[in-house]
Design a protein around this ligand. Structure first.
Ligand code: P1T
Length: 379
């Protein structure tokens, strides 16, 4: 089955009870048993729920993996991965990453004795010096949030295999429409499904997809033991969103391409970060690894002027000033004060998250309206 068919049918079957084409919303916490342990495969909805099961199969299908797990948020999914580790273990992570992930690593898990090394990953060989006998996991976000750096998944997979480490890839920005990390050697794919997978800014959800049986068992155990699952209505909405992923992504990419070119030529703009440019430092990796360049981009204004950046985002009318990304509607964000405020200024500026940085999630509206909105906001 090709990807554009998997988004609609992957892992799905018509409901055996009445033939419903969409998996019904099984809004139930528990299931009747005829005798203790005598049930029809479902005991309690933290452990399993038919609507969530359908979604988990869809997650696995679109990522080309064997097992999918759905969580109450992207952060809950990341949290579950880190719970695979023991005190004293070490993680090497991208230094340019979602502020909430940085916060979870440094403010929650360092306290439990896990050590995190944050580093640029454009040269995978340079990472070897950070690896020691306690290193367990490499955490990669690609494209990175918000600087749109591209990390070579195959090179990271080779490095992790050489040292017997797990490689986890946060595939939120790219989605499996653009890249499939498991096929490139990753062990775990993670999603903030809140974003492109859901696609309509109406659900908070996370996902994990893996191939390895033993790893899947450990993650299912943690999902049930900790309980950060998502409910049946959200599972249904997510299934509905995924059905149009390929069509939406195609238009997100087309529109972002045009917005990136418009910004590049604008006199008020200093830098535009978008992996589709020939001059982007990781353009060649992006071309090899991704089908297209995605719907996200960031830019800075001339003179790194904070006031100017704030004025621009306030003046936008079609782009909504808001946290999040990946919905059909265009959003603009100011990472330094919003999504990445939990990273100390000194740290975030090292990876380019300066005060004038604006991040755009380019939606699927008419491109002429989007460009006109940006033009007006920058006058
Ligand atoms: O918000 P949640 O579903 O819990 O997902 C967290 C998360 C994880 N990984 C990446 C790459 C993300 O971008 C996010 C959430 N990001 C935003 C809310 C944002 O505006 O960047």
């Amino acid at each position: 089955m090709k990807f554009n068919t998997k988004t609609i049918h992957g892992g799905q079957q018509h409901d055996p009870a009445y033939g419903a084409v969409m998996p019904p919303i099984y809004q139930t916490s528990t299931y009747a048993q005829s005798t203790p342990g005598g049930h029809k495969g479902y005991e309690y909805s933290r452990t399993h729920n038919p609507t969530r099961d359908a979604l988990e199969k869809a997650f696995a299908s679109i990522e080309g993996g064997k097992y999918g797990l759905a969580f109450g948020s992207g952060m809950a999914a990341i949290d579950t991965v880190i719970k695979l580790l023991e005190p004293g273990d070490e993680v090497i992570s991208t230094n340019d990453l979602y502020g909430g992930t940085y916060r979870l690593f440094t403010k929650v898990y360092e306290k439990f004795g896990i050590k995190f090394h944050f580093t640029g990953m454009s040269n995978p060989e340079a990472l070897r010096s950070l690896i020691n006998e306690r290193t367990r996991l490499i955490w990669v976000e690609t494209p990175t949030n918000p600087m749109l750096n591209i990390i070579d998944i195959q090179a990271m997979a080779k490095l992790s295999k050489d040292h017997n480490l797990l490689l986890a890839v946060d595939n939120t920005f790219a989605t499996p429409y653009l890249q499939k990390p498991l096929e490139q050697g990753a062990d775990i794919v993670m999603h903030s499904a809140t974003k492109y997978l859901g696609g309509h800014s109406d659900v908070i959800m996370g996902g994990l997809i893996v191939n390895d049986d033993d790893l899947a068992d450990k993650l299912y155990f943690l999902q049930n033991a900790s309980g950060a699952i998502c409910g049946p209505i959200d599972s249904f909405l997510m299934l509905r969103g995924i059905k149009t992923l390929h069509v939406r992504m195609q238009r997100h990419c087309e529109n972002a391409h045009k917005v990136a070119r418009f910004l590049l030529n604008h006199p008020k703009i200093e830098n535009v970060y978008w992996p589709g440019f020939d001059h982007h430092p990781n353009h060649e990796v992006a071309k090899r690894q991704m089908k297209d360049f995605g719907g996200m981009l960031s830019f800075t204004t001339k003179g790194n002027d904070y006031e100017e950046a704030v004025k621009i985002v306030e003046r936008l009318e079609i782009f909504t000033l808001a946290e999040s990304l990946g919905g059909v509607e265009s959003l603009a964000g100011h990472p330094a004060s919003m999504t990445h405020a939990s990273i100390p200024k000194e740290e975030r500026e090292k990876s380019g998250v300066v005060d004038s940085l604006i991040r755009l999630s380019v939606g699927i509206e008419d491109i002429d309206d989007l460009i006109a909105d940006l033009e007006r906001a920058m006058q």
